[in-house]
Design a protein around this ligand. Structure first.
Ligand code: CA
Length: 223
């Protein structure tokens, strides 16, 4: 899962980026509204954290421009405390949720998890695919109750496939959602990671759809 953080406060930006990376996301960051608007307009993100008070272009304008251009990714806005009018204006501009400053990073993480999961159509923080359980809260996965030892990259891959369970996910889509903008992207490495993940899961739940990509789904019941 790939997240964009747009926040001009350097310390706060770093704090958010570190917490998100720690939780297993790949993160791109911007420090003003123009840069943030450009990234959100051109790169695919699974969620965006957007400050309202930004230099160059304010957060509400950024959000309105994205929505007017048909960008539908979930957006969490950061508002100043006691500025209820910011919250109303933000939601009217197309925000999916908000957190008022000052906040606990854990609250932002919980809201981001919920936004990503709801955007993918999952109501619970645990996503289940046959014997595989993904605990999005702890960033962990297990098979038949045994915890999987995954690298952060493997976790991101599994998490993306499970959030999009039953859908065919192309290699280029995986590359875009598993790496940040600075990464030297090579879609061939995806195949290697899928291979490793299959081995760790030990069950054939990730199907290769020739020419299209991969699909993860629960095994069908035997009749
Ligand atoms: Ca600010």
């Amino acid at each position: 899962m790939r997240i964009l953080v747009v926040e001009d406060d350097v310390n706060l930006n770093r704090q958010l980026v570190e917490a998100l990376e720690e939780a297993g996301y790949v993160v791109d960051k911007a420090f003003d509204g123009e840069e943030g608007h450009f990234l959100g307009d051109t790169e695919p993100y699974d969620a965006v954290i957007l400050d309202i008070g930004l230099p160059e272009m304010d957060g509400l304008t950024v959000l309105e421009k994205w929505r007017a251009a048909g960008r539908v990714m979930p957006v969490l806005i950061l508002t100043a405390r006691d500025r209820w009018s910011d919250k109303v204006a933000g939601i009217d501009a197309g925000a999916d949720d908000y957190v008022a400053k000052p906040f606990h990073v854990e609250e932002v993480l919980a809201r981001i998890r919920a936004l990503i999961r709801r955007a993918a159509g999952h109501a619970s923080s645990e996503i289940v695919c046959g014997p595989v359980r993904l605990d999005t809260k702890a960033s962990k996965a297990s098979v038949s109750g045994t915890q999987l030892k995954l690298t952060s990259h493997e976790y991101r891959l599994l998490s993306y496939l499970m959030h999009h369970m039953g859908e065919v996910v192309s290699r280029s889509e995986l590359v875009e959602h598993l790496y940040d903008q600075d990464f030297d992207r090579d879609s061939n490495t995806i195949e290697v990671f899928v291979g490793r993940l299959r081995k760790k899961i030990g069950l054939d739940l990730i199907e290769t759809v020739r020419g299209l990509g991969y699909r993860m789904q629960a095994p069908k019941d035997a009749h």
